[in-house]
Write a protein that binds this ligand. Structure first.
Ligand code: HEM
Length: 511
């Protein structure tokens, strides 16, 4: 037998055993693919959406490059529509009634952040709580955004605004301002939350490292936190930040034990804890706080969650209000008029909460800017059990159910000419009666709705109002419109695609 013969002789048995194996594998694969389609069709029922799912990956390509146009085409399909991505069955709600129902049906659905969020933010973070334990925890945090607390944050905010205004006006060459506005927000948040307890070099370090957290919160990520991966780097960044926040909490507790004046959010928190403890038998209102003594680690996790919840949304809000005002000089003119009036012509007078209350037109601009460009366009939820959302359809358990925010804010039946920036729509009539837009509060989903609605919304609006108020009297700015200025980039929140190219100049004269 020569070598060729031996080759053929040996090969035949292998072929005989491999063929049935291959056929079996193909048969199993084909059955799985058919099963995948059958499950998708069964879950989808009569809902609009693709009638079959791309095998295994579904609409993965869309989620890699999310765009407002893609979301809009989904919303246009119907009040509820279905799609599948990597075998995750997704139902999107476009109609206001359904979005509100999802937001407020805690027994059926709970917020679900992207898969990497638990690893990045720590599974023990309070943001992952739900139900009663969540609402009890939240009650303990209300003291951080009382009027008294908010008014003590204002001087801190203003000092940082002025620092950035100086920086922006020193170099008036046009450039993209998105990242600098992000830095302004980060610095403001860290100082408002932790005061002087974190030294400047550590604040700079946290600010730089926090970017690693932002980029790791993609929709789809490498599933293991191995060295070198984005999630691994983000976890390391979180550990550094949390260590500093724990240090700040401990320092605050020590300082406030000597009856010091609160200078930041942590101080208000420790003070409230002391008061609740000391008034344990007399002050009924402090019952909830009395039950909750927060540890340094818990306080640190809350600060981290605030940064996480606010950083990108605030930056989106700030970028768009600067852009919209530059694009509508007549509106900016009215903001200025109001600001000079409220400040009695003195642009250096410190902003107070009473002044903010008088800034009716400026606040209307913020409200309108958040309506026309809502930073968060939808929030993913997950169904815990079958959810009979209407008489015709029950959302299956384990569905990613997405209440949308954007369509409610652009509903022409509620906001006439919805694509126009018209702050006037929020102003009361001549008799002081609320406007139609104001009366339609159910549509204003900018900050969500129900048990998880935004905890920082008063602070967010205060920050934007104070920032724009000061900016309008201290600076002139020009939007350098590029072909991408009015295109929207979706990076969890929304931004102008060119990052808002502008130039700022010091404003010398009173108009
Ligand atoms: C313009 C700025 C902001 C926007 C548009 C925004 C929007 C939102 C939205 C849509 C949600 C989800 C609500 C839901 O599921 O019903 C949310 C949750 C939350 N936001 Fe904001 N937010 C902003 C700023 C802030 C700030 C400044 C803070 C903290 C200081 C904050 C803290 C939170 C927290 C803690 C949650 C989760 C609440 C919970 O699960 O109980 N947000 N926000």
């Amino acid at each position: 037998m020569n070598s060729t013969q031996s080759y053929y002789t040996d090969a035949q048995p292998v072929e005989r055993t491999s063929q049935p194996l291959l056929t079996a594998i193909l048969a199993v694969a084909a059955s799985l693919l058919i099963l995948e389609q059958a499950i998708y069709k069964y879950k989808k029922g009569h809902l609009p959406g693709p009638s079959w799912s791309i095998p295994i990956i579904g609409r993965f390509a869309d989620s890699l490059n999310p765009s407002l146009e893609n979301y809009m085409s989904g919303w246009k399909l119907g009040d509820l529509s279905a799609v599948s991505v990597f075998n995750i069955f997704i139902v999107q709600a476009a109609k206001n009634e359904y979005s509100r129902k999802i937001f407020s049906s805690a027994s059926y659905a709970e917020p679900c952040l992207v898969a990497s969020a638990k690893k990045v933010l720590d599974p023990n973070n309070w943001v992952f709580l739900n139900g009663k334990v969540h609402s009890d925890y939240r009650k303990g945090l209300n003291v951080l955004f009382t009027r008294r607390a908010l008014s003590s944050y204002l001087p801190i905010q203003e000092s940082i605004y002025r620092k950035y205004f100086d920086k922006w006006t020193r170099d008036a060459t046009p450039k993209s301002y998105m990242m600098s506005m992000r830095d302004l927000n980060m610095e403001t948040s860290l100082k408002v939350f932790c005061g002087e307890y974190i030294p400047q070099h550590a604040q700079d370090d946290i600010s730089a490292k926090y970017w690693l957290i932002t980029v790791a919160l993609e929709l789809v990520n490498f599933p293991f936190a191995w060295p070198g991966t984005k999630v691994y780097k983000a976890i390391k960044a979180r550990k550094v930040a949390v260590k500093w926040f724990e240090h700040a909490s401990a320092q605050s507790k020590e300082r406030m034990s000597n009856d010091a004046e609160p200078e930041c959010l942590l101080d208000h928190w420790t003070k409230a804890m002391h008061e609740a403890k000391n008034n344990a038998h007399t002050d009924g209102s402090s019952k909830v706080l009395r039950a909750r003594e927060f540890s340094d680690n818990e306080m640190a996790m809350v600060v981290l969650s605030f940064l996480f919840a606010s950083q990108d949304a605030m930056t989106s809000g700030v970028v768009y209000i600067f852009q919209l005002l530059a694009d509508h000089p007549e509106v900016l003119g009215r903001v200025r008029e109001e600001q000079y009036r409220v400040r009695g012509g003195d642009v250096d007078s410190p902003t107070t909460l009473d002044m903010i209350d008088q800034m009716t037109y400026t606040r209307a601009c913020i409200k309108e800017s958040l309506r026309i460009k809502p930073p968060v366009i939808m929030v993913p939820y997950l169904t815990k059990k079958p959810f009979p959302i209407n008489a015709d359809y029950t959302v299956p358990k384990g569905t990613m159910l997405i209440p949308s925010i954007y369509p409610s804010l652009h509903d022409p039946a509620v906001y006439g000419d919805p694509e126009s920036f018209r702050p006037e729509r929020w102003l009361p009539d001549a008799n002081g009666n609320p406007s139609d837009a104001e009366k339609a509060a159910a549509n204003y989903l900018v900050f969500g709705h129900g048990p998880h609605h935004c905890l920082g919304k008063e602070y967010a609006v205060l920050h934007m109002t104070a920032l724009i108020g000061s900016a309008s009297v201290l600076m002139d700015w020009e939007h350098i419109v590029t072909p991408q200025s009015h295109n929207v980039e979706v990076i969890a929140t929304i931004f102008p695609k060119d990052g808002f190219v502008a130039k700022f100049n010091k404003r010398e004269s009173i108009a």
